[in-house]
Design a binder for this molecule. Sequence first.
Ligand code: NAP
Length: 313
Amino acid sequence: MSKVRDVYTFDDLKNWSGATGDLDRPARLSVFGDPVKHSRSPQMHNPALEAAGINCEYVRLHIQPDELAEALNLLKENDFIGTNVTIPHKGGVHDAVDEMTEVARRIGAVNTVAVDGDQLLGHNTDAPGLKKAIREEFSMDLSDLRIMIVGAGGGAGKAAAVQCAMDHCERLVLVNRTVEKAEALAEELHDLVTDPDKLEGPADRLVAIPWESEAMEREMENVDLIINATSVGMKRTDPEVVPASLIEPHHLVYDMVYAPARTRLIADAEEAGAKAANGLSMLLWQGVLAFEFWFDSAAPAEAMRKGLLESLG
Ligand code: NAP
């Protein structure tokens, strides 16, 4: 028996039984990424597989963009159950799968693939994972909230915005440094957000604004939930995502960043008396939903949470 390696490569995948045939459990689930060494998905999914009594190992696969199409085909040949997909492959996999869920189609990105015979089925669990995380952290549903998403020009921001729009949230404010990207997204989501059954409030239901204090200040009064979907906050020297002076006690603040656990945004929110949470719960719930997409049965979420927390020390 050999030890599971931290990372496998495309060459390994081409000779999968040679590379992994003597593992205790057959490697039939993975995460594709470039880079991929940082991924905590194995520490979350392997305890879940064990808890569910499924004889399968989840591994990291370093796949480069020019290897993606063939790597997806090799999943079928090597009897994989599926794979997760991380940066930079979410868009490429969206273009390569045979079928996908509505949320993945609307986002234009896939983070979970299930192998079904010779078909590849795509899903995006980041978006419903965020929805579950908000429910868990704040006991609120997206549909009842007026939501500001900072970083609406990136992949995570788009996933969040699509989920909020699909849930017909009360209001959606899209904020981005490159405002044109937020405006384009607002245009895309316009029909989805407009719900004839909901009364119009005092402020426009869908707006796109630049990442500037004055523009954000004008919206704050009509916002309940602030979501950070930028990578700002990962470094000590990072600027403020939202000026601290704009955060009020009635706000709920969700930072998709989870390392460090207490970002500057979370510290500012707590100091202002607002409720705040980091992105660990989203990471957990996107994993839970991926597991359920593969196995069509409830995932052992607490085993996954424990594995994730242990991986973060
Ligand atoms: P991305 O595609 O690179 O998007 C980055 C977004 O952040 C863009 O809107 C970008 O604005 C904005 N941005 C980046 N640097 C900025 C800066 N210095 N000032 C202002 N805006 C800035 O990244 P992503 O994949 O969407 O991920 C975004 C964050 O979400 C990352 O921290 C990631 O780790 C996190 N995430 C967490 C989870 C989870 O499960 N918790 C899941 C997915 C992602 P421009 O358009 O102007 O460039």
